[in-house]
Write a protein that binds this ligand. Structure first.
Ligand SMILES: Nc1nc2c(ncn2[C@@H]2O[C@H](COP(=O)(O)OP(=O)(O)OP(=O)(O)O)[C@@H](O)[C@H]2O)c(=O)[nH]1
Length: 428
């Protein structure tokens, strides 16, 4: 269900403004309450859902409406029958559409965060104002910076429980800003909120008149994400070759996929990798119409002027700006399964639309995400651990560094026996 919604939103909103954000926080920091508040105050929920939550809250003897029930209710619906690491929630305001990647339950699991945040435009870290920064908040910030999530919001929650004190907020703000200088976080915003009372979530807080920054929703609606995407380096991994069988289209041959980088236009000189054959873009099709340009994350079909040999897993790029094929991959890998990753281990690797086999040549170090210490003696990676790994693949991959392109710079590792995803990698 969650995936369906994501797909639909992705298709329908190709040209609409969309912000994907991932939430993180320790248990009880108020993540569910905050998401409930966002949905409620931005009028994204149905009356009957609210009534049900009000009734349940009264039934439990609360004198307030427990908004977490709203989120948790949605969450349990999603969890029925399947183990889900990340629940995706969708809401919209007149300004923007939002997809929230919400990691349920105990969020200490690195892999849940990696899954949820790898495609996020913005990471939202929650802290409890009474507790201030914890090891967990630092850890989440480190992971978000490793994943190159371009925007980070630290929401200092439960301000109502510290008398809306400016002093408490400033202390947390300064401590976090100081810590963030050690990480690569291009854009950081710190907002004092009360998810339960509604301060600075959608509506401006009267109790915190000392705060002059944006409310959380205002920030989410206005944060500038268009320029985060790589619009310079054209990258088009071919998903499949379109050759309709009917007579009417018997000459049609197109290559379908999602633009991973750059802007592509008819007339562009392109190279097909790994063959190295060159051609020009004859046209670009979107559903049943022709378009004049395509850019990330549009899903389109590209036609070429020449009858070159193109198949699934190939990459179309510009002649003078193409990734160089390589079988040696140097990457940060997040390991996601209980059997540790070891030297010489063989795995399947999926990179854009290409699948190959890979062998672990070296586990160079394990990164302690709390202290940023690099342990070079580690020799293996356990579940939820992140480390620098050298891989050798059976066929060349057409990759970029993750810092340049989050799509062509990432891959997943798959256990060949079970088909289960056991690792996620970011190419250095
Ligand atoms: N006073 C006050 N209580 C809050 C606030 N936000 C959340 N709470 C309370 O804190 C408790 C935890 O909130 P949740 O939203 O369930 O916390 P969570 O982080 O989502 O927890 P998990 O869903 O288990 O990950 C609940 O009792 C909330 O009512 C706030 O701004 N002020």
């Amino acid at each position: 269900m969650a995936e369906d919604i994501t797909d639909v939103v992705e298709n329908v909103t190709t040209h609409m403004d969309l912000l994907r954000f991932a939430t993180a926080g320790s248990v009880d920091d108020g993540k569910s309450t905050l998401i409930g508040r966002l949905l409620l105050d931005s009028k994204s929920i149905f009356e009957d859902q609210l009534e049900a939550v009000e009734t349940t809250s009264k039934g439990k003897g609360y004198d307030y409406t427990d908004l977490a029930l709203l989120t948790d209710g949605l969450r349990s619906e999603r969890e029925q029958g399947i183990t889900i690491d990340v629940a995706y929630r969708y809401f919209a305001t007149p300004k923007r559409k939002f997809i929230i990647a919400d990691t349920p339950g105990h969020v200490q699991y690195t892999r849940n965060m990696v899954t949820g945040a790898s495609t996020a435009d913005l990471g939202l870290v929650l802290v409890d104002a009474r507790q201030g920064l914890t090891e967990q908040s630092r850890r989440h910030a480190v992971i978000l910076s490793l994943l190159r999530v371009p925007h980070l919001v630290l929401a200092v929650n439960k301000m109502d429980l510290v008398d809306y004190s400016e002093e408490v907020f400033t202390k947390i703000h300064d401590e976090f800003t100081q810590f963030a200088t050690k990480l690569s976080i291009p854009d950081l915003t710190v907002i004092p909120i009360s998810a339960l009372a509604g301060d600075n979530v959608v509506n401006r807080s009267e109790a915190m008149s000392w705060y002059s920054g944006p409310t959380l929703l205002h920030h989410l609606e206005n944060v500038h994400v268009a320029s985060d995407r790589d619009l310079i380096d054209a990258r088009f991994p071919v998903q499949y070759v379109v050759r309709p069988k009917s007579d009417e289209f018997h000459d049609y041959r197109g290559y379908a996929g999602q633009v991973a980088g750059g802007v592509m236009k008819p007339g562009d000189e392109v190279v097909v990798l790994p063959s190295g054959m060159t051609s020009k873009i004859a046209g670009i099709d979107l559903f049943d119409q022709e378009i004049t340009e395509a850019y990330p994350p549009m899903s389109v079909t590209v036609r070429l002027e020449d009858d070159v040999d193109v198949s699934r897993g190939d990459m179309i790029a510009r002649v003078k700006n193409a990734p160089s094929p390589s079988q040696d991959i140097d990457a940060m890998v997040c390991w996601m399964t209980t059997t540790p990753l070891k030297n010489r281990q063989k795995l399947a690797i999926k990179h854009t639309t290409r699948t190959a086999r890979a062998m672990v040549k070296d586990i160079q170090y394990r990164l302690d995400v709390n202290t940023l210490h690099r342990d070079q003696e580690a020799g293996e990676l356990g579940v939820n651990e992140i480390g620098r790994v050298q891989l050798r693949t059976t066929v060349p991959l057409l990759s970029d560094s993750y810092s340049k392109n989050r799509t062509t710079g990432s891959f997943i590792l798959i256990d060949e026996g079970t088909g289960v995803t056991v690792g996620a990698g970011m190419i250095l």
